[in-house]
Design a protein around this ligand. Structure first.
Ligand SMILES: Cc1cc2nc3c(=O)[nH]c(=O)nc-3n(C[C@H](O)[C@H](O)[C@H](O)COP(=O)(O)OP(=O)(O)OC[C@H]3O[C@@H](n4cnc5c(N)ncnc54)[C@H](O)[C@@H]3O)c2cc1C
Length: 387
């Protein structure tokens, strides 16, 4: 398998790197301090520079490039912070993927160009108070009648809740039990009956809004059903690609920590020598480098094999699970190597450690990925409800 970047990909990666490294570090710190997402003016700027919807078709305002191209760009932004990378993550690997594949053409034409122009953020609302890993326990219900869907229920943990203009809401669209009754509906933020709870205070991800979403007799046209009842499998297939976005965010975060620490240990003097001169420090750096390379290769395998389609459950779960584990390890090791400075909020490292723990929960917990992997390896989906 050949992961050599061609000239266009190298130029794209370099453009993203230059922009991210020169324009975004100070802004990332401001957003962290303010607990707020990237302002709209910046999102528009990303759009003008062609950084949104990289892997969406040109007909919808995207760049018509590959998932691999999108990964190359996203990693450069994620090295700085999740906050500044979020619009790229959402537009290339978020619920837009399900909308592009399964929604009516009318909805695609309304949503996707707005996302690519930086005028709309779409969030995915799957989890509920009593349905996280056990997602098929979700209870939010949509009743289809007379060309309308009436939605009632409560959602939890949605990244971007209250901030995003649109929501892909997973819900029960028939009385069929378990996965068979589940589909998804697009809901605009201003729809009557849709409201938001108090903002969650999380350990990391501070610039992303999270809160409960309440749906109280929310009525939308049936044409906004993106996937009807029985389409849970389709939703999960699109989610296989979302996992590659989560993987890239994890990898970028880890790589950012690594880049900082490799600079730091050459400058910081202890016992009259740079930290980099000590063999115990060198071993840590080698371990981090191996983890990063392995993570990047697993990610590249998943997206390159997907071409412009969807990756396999096995390859996307392996990539996500590995990246989710190593980002925690790399960030913690880098923080330790910074000594007291690593623990100070004056520097980016403690923020990186806090953020690193979120990715192994968002998009499915680490152990759930391992269950996916074991199922794929053994050729059997293990029913978690039966021993
Ligand atoms: C930062 C962040 C962002 C998020 N963004 C979104 C979002 O945008 N949209 C959305 O819908 N949701 C989002 N979530 C929710 C996320 O998908 C859930 O938190 C996750 O799926 C786990 O569900 P839970 O929290 O209910 O944990 P539970 O399902 O209660 O699981 C708790 C732990 O139990 C273990 N566990 C559970 N079941 C099993 C099993 N069968 N075998 C082995 N171990 C098991 C796992 O280790 C798991 O970590 C986000 C969460 C976080 C923290």
């Amino acid at each position: 398998m050949d992961f050599t970047l061609n000239d266009d990909q190298r130029a794209l990666q370099e453009a993203a790197r230059k922009f991210a490294q020169t324009e975004l570090p100070a802004l990332a710190r401001e957003l962290e301090e303010a607990n707020e997402p990237l302002p709209q003016a910046w999102v528009k700027r990303y759009a003008e520079m062609g950084f949104l919807g990289i892997n969406l078709p040109e007909a919808f305002g995207g760049q018509g490039m590959s998932h691999f191209d999108a990964v190359l760009v996203l990693e450069e932004f994620a090295k700085i912070s999740g906050a500044v990378a979020a619009p790229i993550f959402e537009s290339c690997f978020g619920p837009t993927l399900a909308i592009q594949r399964y929604a009516s053409e009318e909805l695609q034409r309304r949503v996707l160009p707005a996302v690519c122009a930086g005028e709309m953020v779409v969030a995915v609302s799957m989890s509920e108070p009593n349905a996280g890993s056990a997602l098929t326990d979700l209870r939010t219900r949509g009743v289809v009648e007379g060309g309308q869907v009436m939605l009632d229920g409560q959602k939890r943990w949605c990244s971007g809740a209250g901030h995003a203009e649109g929501y892909l809401v997973y819900c029960r669209l028939s009385d069929a039990p378990g996965a068979a009754g589940i589909g998804a509906v697009f809901v605009d933020k201003g729809t009557p009956g849709l409201s938001f709870g108090k903002r969650e205070k999380l350990m990391g991800f501070r610039s992303t809004h999270h809160c409960d979403i309440f749906l109280d007799r929310v009525q939308v046209p049936a044409a906004q059903i993106v996937v009807p009842a029985g389409g849970f499998k389709q939703l999960m297939q699109a989610f296989d690609l979302e996992r590659c976005g989560n993987t890239t965010m994890s990898l970028g975060l880890a790589q950012g920590a690594f880049d900082d620490i490799t600079r730091y240990i050459k400058e910081r003097i202890a016992f009259g020598r740079p930290l980099a001169d000590f063999q115990a420090v060198q071993l840590k750096i080698a371990e981090m480098a191996m983890k990063l390379d392995a993570s990047r290769l697993l990610l590249y395998r998943a997206v390159v094999n997907a071409a412009d389609g969807l990756p396999s459950l096995r390859e996307s779960s392996i990539a996500k699970c590995f990246a989710n584990e190593i980002v925690r390890q790399v960030c913690i090791d880098a923080m330790q190597l910074m000594g007291g400075y690593g623990y100070s909020t004056e520097y980016d490292m403690e923020r990186r450690v806090r953020d690193s723990f979120g990715w192994g929960l968002a998009g499915g917990a680490i152990d759930i990925q391992k269950i996916n992997i074991a199922g794929a390896v053994l050729g059997h989906r293990f029913d978690q409800r039966r021993s």
